[in-house]
Design a protein around this ligand. Sequence first.
Ligand code: GDP
Ligand code: MG
Length: 370
Amino acid sequence: MEKYDLTIIIPTFNERDNIENIVESVSGVMHDAGIITEVLVVDDNSDDGTIEKVREMQEKYSNLELIVRYDDHGLSQSVTEGFYKAKADIIQVIDADFSHPPKMIPEFYTSVAQDGNDVVIGSRYLKGGDIENWPLKRRLISLGATFFGRILFPEITDPVSGFFAIKRDVIKNAVMKPRGYKILMEVLGKGHWYQAKEIPFVFKDREEGDSKLKLSTIIDYILQCIDIAVYSFKHHETNVWQEWKKIFKFAAVGISGIFVNVGLLYFLTEYFGIFYLISSLIAIETSIITNFILNDLWTFKGNESRFSKKWHRFVSFQFVSVMGVLINMGILWALTEFAGLYYVISNLFGIGAAFAWNFLVNRNITWKKI
Ligand SMILES: Nc1nc2c(ncn2[C@@H]2O[C@H](COP(=O)(O)OP(=O)(O)O)[C@@H](O)[C@H]2O)c(=O)[nH]1
Ligand SMILES: [Mg+2]
């Protein structure tokens, strides 16, 4: 059996006008880079001549493989099938329509093969990346889509990119439920990986053929996000679980703060005879400080311990906490006054919103990983 360094999966559906060029382009790039590559076209039984073109090209390219699928039509399903049939230990996925620049593949490959990354992602949203010629509607869909994905994978700017490379081990024993368009999300959510890297690139919209993106894909996508969240909740070995753990710790710290707050309020008022509103002010600030210390040492541990950095984080945390209180009270007020909710119920919504605000902003700004 031949030994390949890399398998490049090209999913296709009716790509008659692109297939020849993309195979040639990819082969040329890999030849120049000296990377021994298998090119694996996974086609969903196109009826426009794509399959015939590939068969023709197989005469010339001995490393060109073709899978024609007859059931379970779909991009994610096709790529997943490609994962399992790939002969190399490193796998690259690229669209057939030149939206992804083939000349970047060697950089992806090196990043996996030499720099020890398990997943390398071409990002449209990282600095230096962009989307060319996209109508506003598609930009908005894509931005909305990345929003949910970014909550699941906060370190990754483009978790729905179709241009990425992985070690085959990442998906080897993963229980994937491929559907829709966002196969990378499934890989990130169910696969076993430790280190990911993003490389910015400029996405070019297709010049030949039609795009198959439909608005309904967004519903599939949201279901997929929920599925990944639930999966990681049940199977603690995935990367998303690390995020869940932070959320639980952050909540536990918040609850500890309530005890500090209530205890101190009582203690200062009863034993020191301090006016209860003054006691409350001291109690609130103290609980903010104890929450900060616990989050700094436990929830978001592993930060720079220099005092000036700690102080920076504290100022940020303090500000976010005060904003959180305002959000809580604002929602309490608005829902009670304008939506006619019972104020205790309004307050629950306020607490929920403030928690989300506190967690996300502290997670991404106060304790931002560099
Ligand atoms: N096998 C397979 N490939 C598909 C399917 N839908 C799209 N593709 C391929 O996936 C790539 C991206 O599809 P495209 O329609 O350009 O998506 P867009 O760039 O997000 O609009 C192209 O290479 C398509 O030929 C499908 O249902 N099955
Ligand atoms: Mg495209």
